[in-house]
Design a protein around this ligand. Structure first.
Ligand code: TRP
Length: 320
């Protein structure tokens, strides 16, 4: 079993990213062989500013490392450092029916909302397939939004194998349907595009104020409260170990414990989880040489693997 995931660096990582993807992926990396990379080539479909891209790539990498990703254990790399992926991308494009891409939700959504549709966006699923197939990944954890991309990848690999035999490994999705949506400060899904995020490290100075200003109902302090009615408890229960979450739920139900108290505990828990990690993050962001070393070592390991696959593919095609 080999698990692979990519992270598109299009925003500063926030608490929703931590709970929804960083924490589970770091946990999984302790049990399985994992490949994890920063999909900077995918970010090129939208990002046009060099400084912005560089900052986002470093921020995402520093955040993952600060949150416990061990680059010795996980093959951790930057997509653009592995040219074999781009080479495979072209080959796979020749095995991708146009109809398959015409049906892709991501490109259709952009087209329908009048956003720029460049060919990179249109062929996004092909590059993503190259990401996955270059490493003989057997399992890819994906959210609902990426499910279709994985189906496209499976289609492409199957079609290639139909002509050339079992050359490519057809991956399985790991779809975690029961992961809860992480709510943002306004109760909607926490997302950069809603402007309702709690930052992890970058601009974290405002976190306390953001949490303290979460709107809560006006049940008097002494009255019992329904924990699940409030965003404060929802976030707390997603961040805290089960027994601690249950403790807060009991206090809320018992009465005599207000939302203000709960918010303070949420702020304290946030600091408990991220204060030490923020120091690592700050160090990595201030010293880019250290990050570059991590990327260089990861690229070396990743390239060795991808070169193997590419070699197999080229032989099958008659290119070698
Ligand atoms: N498309 C994914 C996203 O937007 C990122 C990604 C790129 C990816 N290549 C991948 C995810 C390969 C899994 C496997 O979130």
């Amino acid at each position: 079993m080999r698990v692979l995931t990519g992270i598109k660096p299009t925003g500063r990582p926030h608490l929703g990213n931590y709970l929804g993807s960083i924490r589970p992926a770091v946990a999984l990396s302790k049990e399985r062989e994992t490949f994890l990379f920063i999909a900077d080539l995918h970010a090129l479909t939208t990002i046009r500013d060099a400084t912005e891209l560089r900052e986002l790539v470093c921020d995402v990498a520093a955040t993952w490392l600060a949150c416990g990703l061990d680059p010795e254990r996980t093959v951790f790399y930057r997509q653009s450092d592995v040219p074999e992926i781009s080479e495979l991308n072209w080959i796979l494009a020749c095995y991708t029916g146009q109809g398959l891409l015409d049906r892709a939700h991501a490109y259709k959504a952009a087209r329908d909302t009048g956003e720029e549709v460049n060919v990179g966006l249109y062929t996004y699923p092909v590059l993503m397939s190259a990401d996955i197939l270059a490493f003989d990944s057997t399992h890819v954890p994906v959210g609902q939004d990426q499910k279709q991309h994985l189906e496209i990848c499976r289609d492409i690999a199957t079609r290639f194998n139909h002509y050339h035999g079992e050359v490519l490994t057809v991956p399985e999705p790991i779809i975690d349907d029961h992961v809860a949506v992480i709510p943002g400060l306004d109760g909607r899904k926490m997302s950069k595009s809603y402007g309702n995020t709690i930052p992890l490290f970058f601009e974290r100075q405002g976190v306390k104020k953001k949490i303290m200003s979460i709107v809560s109902d006006s049940t008097p302090l002494e009255e019992p409260k329904d924990p699940d009615s409030s965003l404060v408890y929802q976030l707390y229960s997603m961040m805290a170990p089960t027994d601690r979450a249950a403790e807060m739920a009991d206090k809320l139900r018992a009465g005599g414990y207000g939302w203000g108290h709960a918010k303070k505990e949420l702020v304290a828990l946030f600091h408990e989880l991220f204060e030490e990690r923020a120091k690592t993050y700050d160090r990595l962001m201030a010293n880019r040489g250290e990050l570059e070393e991590v990327f260089a070592a990861g690229a070396q390991r990743a390239r060795a693997q991808a070169a193997d696959t590419l070699d197999r593919v080229k032989k099958a095609l008659g290119l070698l």
